[in-house]
Design a protein around this ligand. Structure first.
Ligand code: NAD
Length: 508
């Protein structure tokens, strides 16, 4: 059992060597239902002793697992996929309860995670190396992929099921063992899914789970047996993980925060744009690293866009997501985060922007202690304001009105982040200009949230990513493997007589 149940509050266990055991931690963090503010679980804030146990178990299991034929490793993933499908609704409800997303949003995120498992099921083809015979007389050459060893995943709160699933299905099928450290704010979905992986037949110790914060992460980053670290979270921590992990000799892929720009050209289909912009900015209460958080309407686009958007977003029903299906938007994750989002809106107001739609006034009658804030539109912001430069990670859309497309591209050029950027237009020329020159790694053309699917990499730029090989897709396979090249010569009399005369003359 991944939890100890006493009254309504469960205490999370760690998974080490195939057994759910109590952490050695003496401190615990609380997990809330963000719709009500009630504590639903306690998470141990584990340290080096938990980590060392998990790493030793993972290392022992790796030595066996790497010898399992790749097709057999894939079979575990096929069974895992089936179990995820048959437990789909329970996982989505768990995500909603601990994170606060609406149920349709939670379901969609679980689906995205399952797609990574489907990608990993194709590992026999993806794992193949390259070969060429006769690269010189009687000499053949090949590369094959080898797993790295113990790999680690450290994940954020905003996608409790999906982000961990970006990592370990690929790492495991490549032949590595894995230790997951889920966000201490949302550990429950990870535990539920770990149970399914055990049922799917993952051998003991190949997959492990530990809990905690900085102490636990530091122990993982510095443990000599850990070979690779995948991280997703905020930019300051992503940078810290990259620097500390690489300093200790680990391979690191570290995805950080974002500010995603949405350019709206005057020729865009305004009704479609408003719907897509609303979904992008306020879906998942804005707690998405690909949320469109900065609108850049060009020319007179703003005069059409802003009133339509404000009218439409003001009709969104903000409410509890843990009961019924009625809400369009749920709460943010914690009371502390709610305070941060409100403070950012206050700042925007103080710096002189116009609060065209104010979510600070939103009240939810049956969730008086929930962490609710309504959709907010901050119009007439300027490029120097905090609401334009900083990540807010809440349902807040800032609007900077631009004279022309170059102004919009320039704002992107000066941005610290570089995850996603989108243009809404009917002009191929404007779309091409934007696609070629905008300073971000994931581009949408008339697509509100251009988050790539499992077989493409998640290509953040600038301070939205630290490392070389991104998460997902073939880059994921490259990240979790190292290549071995073998050159072979077998002496033969059949090697032919022809020699290129120019080469022969040069090499006399
Ligand atoms: P966070 O950085 O606070 O936490 C992420 C993980 O780091 C957690 O597991 C946490 O326990 C750990 N952590 C926190 N503080 C630490 C410290 N001082 N030292 C070591 N580890 C520490 O992020 P969050 O608030 O959970 O998630 C939201 C952030 O994640 C946003 O900035 C969002 O943009 C980003 N995000 C990025 C992507 C992407 O693909 N680029 C995807 C999802 C979320």
């Amino acid at each position: 059992m991944p939890v100890t149940q006493s009254s309504a509050v469960t205490t999370c266990k760690i998974l080490v060597g195939g057994d759910w055991i109590d952490s050695a931690a003496t401190e615990f963090s609380e997990v809330f239902n963000p719709s009500t503010g009630e504590v639903i679980a306690k998470v141990p804030m584990g340290k080096g002793d938990d980590v060392d146990k998990a790493v030793q178990a993972a290392q022992a299991a790796f030595l066996e697992w790497k010898e399992v034929p790749v097709v057999e490793r894939a079979r575990v993933m096929f069974r895992f996929k089936n179990l995820l499908e048959s437990n789909y609704e329970e996982i989505a409800r768990c995500v909603t309860r601990e994170h606060g997303k609406t149920l349709p949003e939670a379901r969609a995120s679980v689906q995205r995670g399952i797609e990574v498992v489907e990608f990993a099921c194709g590992i026999p083809s993806l794992f193949m190396g390259e070969s060429m015979e006769n690269i010189a007389r009687n000499v053949d050459c090949e590369t094959v992929r080898h797993p790295l060893g113990v790999c680690v995943g450290i994940t954020p709160f905003n996608f409790p099921a999906m982000v961990p699933l970006w990592m370990y299905p690929v790492a495991l099928t490549c032949g590595n063992s894995f230790i997951l450290k889920p966000s201490e704010k949302v550990p429950l979905a990870s535990l539920l899914i770990a149970e399914l992986l055990i049922k799917a037949g993952i051998p003991k110790g190949v997959f492990n789970v530990v809990h905690g914060g900085k102490d636990c992460v530091d122990a993982l980053l510095t443990h000599p047996l850990v070979k690779a670290v995948s991280f997703v979270g905020s930019t300051p921590i992503a940078k810290y993980i990259y620097e500390t992990g690489t300093k200790h000799g680990k391979r690191v892929q570290s995805a950080g925060g974002a500010k995603n720009h949405i350019i709206i050209m005057p020729d865009a289909d305004m009704e479609q744009t408003v719907q897509a912009l609303q979904a992008s900015a306020f879906g998942c209460a804005g707690e998405r690293c690909m949320a469109g958080s900065l609108a850049l309407p060009v020319g007179d686009a703003a005069d059409q866009l802003v009133p339509l958007l404000v009218e439409s977003a003001s009709k969104m029903k903000v409410g509890r997501t843990d009961i019924g299906d009625g809400a369009d938007m749920g709460p943010v994750i914690t009371a502390q985060h709610l305070k941060h989002v409100r403070t950012m809106i206050d700042k925007g107001e103080k710096e002189g922007a116009n609060i065209a739609l104010d979510g600070r006034v939103t009240k939810v009658a049956d969730g008086p202690n929930g962490y609710f804030i309504g959709p907010t539109v901050i119009d007439k912001a300027t490029a120097d304001m905090s609401v334009v430069r900083e990540e807010i990670f809440g349902p807040v859309l800032s609007v900077v009105r631009c004279q022309n497309i170059q102004d919009a591209i320039d704002i992107g050029q000066n941005c610290e982040f570089g995850n996603g950027a989108v243009i809404f237009t009917n002009s191929g020329a404007a779309a091409r200009e934007f696609k070629r020159h905008f300073n971000a790694g994931m581009i949408g053309i008339n697509v509100g949230v251009p988050a790539p699917m499992a077989w493409f990499p998640f290509t953040g730029w600038n301070h939205s990513f630290f490392g070389d090989l991104h998460i997902q897709g073939r880059e994921g396979i490259q990240f979790y493997t190292q290549q071995k090249m073998t050159m072979t010569r077998w002496f033969s009399t059949q090697s032919g007589k022809f020699q290129d005369p120019i080469w022969k003359a040069r090499n006399k």
